[in-house]
Design a protein around this ligand. Structure first.
Ligand SMILES: Nc1nc2c(c(=O)[nH]1)N[C@H]1C(S)=C(S)[C@@H](COP(=O)(O)O)O[C@H]1N2
Ligand SMILES: [Mo]
Length: 322
């Protein structure tokens, strides 16, 4: 597929020779080979891992067809500048307080309009489909962006397994809301649990990533351990973290941010430089890590540069369905 770079160039990533690709990657880790994803390695006491900033390795093969060539964000930035309101509203809160999240054992129940409802534990999720590394840009609605090598597989793999019924028009993603593990859940900034949603065709789009790791490791707590979504063509808040339940439903889900401020956060929330947030412009963005004195304000691209998704919205007024 064609992935537009943030500088406006269009690169046919599927024909870029792998070697060129690899050498351009700012960050290459020799990933542990083979069964790293299996039980043993991910059983390390999560607290200790958090304290040491050490997450178990998670082996995955780069999928160049779905990877951006942008310079990758520093691991340090990606793990210390976060939005995860269950741990507080400051960018530094998740890295500071998410040590109390216990990502193992963990189960995700998948229910609603499906022929085969199921509850999957982490091992089952890790084995459900081959893990891929995908370097995605993530654009926060607040006007900053990062470039992160995620590890996971297309959410469509889950859809295939549970066999939605004809009534399944939307998918709802529900995050953990446990006061004991998440100090921010005591506050009333949002209606807990954090809920997000997609139309079923969006959920089936190969770019929609069921994410279990980043930078060759299992997900750090502050990034939504142990399992989250990453939807690179939508504003960051659509990518729900620490998911415990996935429901296939008939009606458009009532999402947390849409409920909190419907005029500001629409259900679709596709990245769109032409539709401003009521309180600020969305025409440009600041790439985290580029904020030295030569910092560039980057132009925000339609669908964050993931133009493949456009056909899902043909005929829709994207100003109305923002
Ligand atoms: N459960 C939950 N998921 C969430 C959030 C949150 O507060 N709670 N914040 C969202 C927002 S606003 C963004 S920009 C991304 C940030 O992901 P990152 O910290 O891994 O970069 O997570 C999204 N997912
Ligand atoms: Mo965000």
């Amino acid at each position: 597929m064609l992935i537009k770079r943030s500088d406006g160039l269009i690169l046919p990533s599927d024909i870029t020779p792998r070697a060129v690709f690899e050498s351009r990657r700012g960050f290459i880790k020799q990933l542990a080979v083979g069964g790293a994803a299996s039980a043993g390695l991910i059983d390390m006491a999560s607290r200790e891992a958090f304290a040491q900033g050490l997450n178990p390795k998670l082996a995955a093969k780069l999928n160049p067809a779905y990877s951006a060539l942008d310079k990758q964000s520093a691991y340090k930035d990606a793990t210390s500048y976060n939005n995860f309101y269950e741990f507080g509203t400051d960018k530094s809160d998740p890295a500071q307080y998410a040590g109390t999240l216990k990502p193992r054992p963990w189960t995700v129940s998948i229910e609603g309009e499906v022929k085969k409802p199921m509850t999957l534990d982490l091992d089952a999720l890790l084995k459900l489909a081959p893990l891929e590394e995908r370097v995605y840009r993530l654009r926060c609605v607040e006007g900053w962006s990062m470039v992160i090598p995620w590890v996971g597989y297309s959410f469509s793999e889950i859809i295939k397994k549970v066999e939605p019924t004809g009534n399944a028009k939307y998918v709802e993603f529900i995050s953990l809301a446990d006061k004991k593990q998440m100090p921010g859940v005591g506050s009333r900034v949002l209606n807990w649990p954090y809920v997000e949603g997609l139309r079923i065709d969006e959920a089936n789009h190969p770019l929609a990533l069921l994410t279990l790791g980043m930078y060759g490791e299992t997900l750090p707590n502050q990034n939504g351990a142990p399992v989250r979504m990453v939807l690179p063509w939508k504003y960051g808040f659509k990518s729900a973290k620490s998911i415990v339940k996935i429901r296939f439903v008939k009606e458009q889900p009532r999402t947390a941010w849409n409920q909190a401020a419907p005029a500001e956060y629409g259900f679709y929330s596709n990245v769109n430089p032409e539709v401003d947030h009521p309180r600020w412009s969305q025409a440009s963005e600041r790439r985290i890590g580029e904020d030295g004195f030569l910092a560039r304000k980057r132009k925000t691209l339609m669908f964050n540069g993931y133009s493949d998704v456009a056909s899902m919205y043909s005929g829709m007024d994207l100003k109305k369905f923002f």
